[in-house]
Design a binder for this molecule. Sequence first.
Ligand SMILES: C[S@@+](CC[C@H](N)C(=O)[O-])C[C@H]1O[C@@H](n2cnc3c(N)ncnc32)[C@H](O)[C@@H]1O
Length: 769
Amino acid sequence: MPKRKLTMEDLTDVQLVGLKEEAEKQASLPPEHVPLVNRKDLLGTLEATRDLENEPNRGQATVIVQWPQKYSTTKIDDLSRINAADLMIRKTHKGNYLLCRTICLPVFDGGIGFLLGVEDPQGNPIYLKIFNHAMLLEAKEGEINAIMPTGTVLVLREPSYYTNPNPEVPLPYIMVESPSDVIFADFDNPILRGVSWKSKLIVYPRATTGEAWKAEALKDFKASRWLSSAICFTNSIKYGFDVQVSRLNRAEVYLRLGWNNSALHDAQVSFKSGTLTDDLKRKAVVRMVKALYAMGRYREVLETASSLEGDKLVCEWITRANQRIEEQNTGNYDWLQLFKDGKNVNFSPDIADFTGPIEVKTNSNGLRGTYVTRDVKVGELLMFHKPAFCVSLADAEKKKGDSGFLWTSLPKLRASNARDELQLYCKAVQCIWDDRNMYNTLLALYGGDTVAEPKTYPPPFIATPPLKHPTRPCVDIDVDYLQGVVLSNSFESDSWKGLYVAPSLLNHSCAPTARREFIGNAFALRAIQDMKKGEELTLTYIEPHVSYDERRFRMMKSWRFSCECIVCQADDEDGYDARESRRALRIKMNDIGAQINKARDAPTLRRLAAEAKTTIDNMRRTYHEEHSKKAGGRKYELAQPLRHLANASGHIGRADSDASFIRQSIDAKMQSLTVYGMKIVDKSLSGPLPSGNSSLPVDTSQVTNFYDISVVTLIEMAHSFKEIGDKKRAKRWFDVAIWMENVYSGGGIPVFKFRRATQLRMLSLSDLF
Ligand SMILES: C[S@@+](CC[C@H](N)C(=O)[O-])C[C@H]1O[C@@H](n2cnc3c(N)ncnc32)[C@H](O)[C@@H]1O
């Protein structure tokens, strides 16, 4: 950790610096024409890469995201056609499109792209790389060949042409970075009028009747190849075969793809066509209901379902929609059941999103964040949200490609670690494909320091028309921004990584006012202190018990800002040298702690306890006098050492049956809670309890940000008091544990019993309820 102010060099992955220089050198050169690509060379290069596809241990694939990633916003009707001979390297061909068709099957590049040989109508070959096309990257094994067989006609909007600086792969190539820049041109696309193809390419024979397309669609559906199935149903509709049934089937495929808006539209159109049998009509209603439910439009679920009130399946949807409406209005959930189900790592709760009294505002320093709109009590639920999109980390691991894959973002000069981040980006694209509102919402989130400022949040609602074609997203996708949003805003739990819209507007503080908790993949946020109207809701982006310098480094590297919270300010004022000695003492304490865990005999434990005490005293001296006052008592780095000391004292007390050591152990634990920021009003360890005072011995207007360890410590304290026969204090501190668990989870004693079952059983504390 450098002592001086952090610079970009400190934060940069060394390997990227050279790449950046090379990219900048290329960008400074003027565009130029280069010889056309030779067809044999191109196909040879692709075949060689294809051969690598199945090779295990192909080595680490480092994918360089260019600077900046481009996307076109010009309508195809306003672009004019160019051919291979018009292409210039180092140029984005503004105002132009390139019409081409594939001359081979796509090759997966092991990372974020597909490599292709294409030709223009003159028969001139071009090397094409399609990057970031989430829908292709998400396609099932083999599906990609069905979507892009040889002869697939593509229109590339405002293509960019590059040369590869690597002399071993000298072929120039077009690189498409945004999926909205590739248009799959169907047989009926007006752009193909009057176009003839010079070369005699043997193209993959495709179905030529609606019936055959429908058969293909059903085959794909059975194999869970959703995108391919949707394309085939679209063709069956275009050929006029069994149109309403194909549409109804496509609605089901769209539901699987999460394209609920288009699913709803298809089901509605087919329902209203008047050509469906009663059975198919029922299917249409169920699909409409499913789409509305998935979009959170619960009242419309009730309206739509009312047409089939007697139907058992529809009744279930009515019950579910009513439950969701109740949750949305009240914030009441069955917490015990949720926590029980949450034990399953793949749990994705069926809940309605709840948003408490909060608003998004920009403060006087220009920092946008989330604020409470009325006074709020500690423990109040402020958000309970499903992810807008997420990936299960186990699934991300399983995805195809190299194990050592790195998704390297040159503009941001940081390497993402990154199969899960790439997967999440793919989900983002899938999610916005059919939903302009979600796209606008993502554009209103922070996208990092290398892209434009975010748009105003929340964006005004606009209705999205249904998809014109499954391969064509409803918006022009700004990939650079979208990737920035995914990198800057995603939250990760033990088993999920996801993007949550409202939680993305929460800023960081090492002394936060709120705490998040994942229940399955749902994000719950509760106040951890009483708050006045207008106060900011903050949470910790990283575990803040690490040293100030480490926190500062991590925040800078990942989020590019310096935290100025009360803890950071106080730590900063301690000075670098004091913090360095603290760090050294903490390392020493870790060693002492490890010895305490191993020690069996009382003399050794006494020696270690004395050493721990001295070391902790020395650590205390590294904090300046005003530190406690400034940081509300928070000295996070002392907490673990104090627990080590508590352990040593507890072992001695038990070995020697000496209650005074047990009390010392309780005292150290109280101190460990205090340095986490908890305010203890009755620190007494013996004697009569303060008279007439039945309230809890802590300030109940706040809890620490360290949920698990705090509740565990309180239960241990209750147990220790019980050990020395002080049943009253045992009960009192046990009640603090129950109160605190309830603040964090909202589930009262049942959730406390469920979540603490193991500890309660081991310590036999059931008599304290
Ligand atoms: C998830 S966003 C939080 C919301 C963001 N402020 C916005 O306007 O959308 C994360 C980014 O917010 C900014 N941020 C968060 N906490 C901050 C803090 N304590 N001080 C300064 N900037 C902060 C940083 O730019 C960080 O990369």
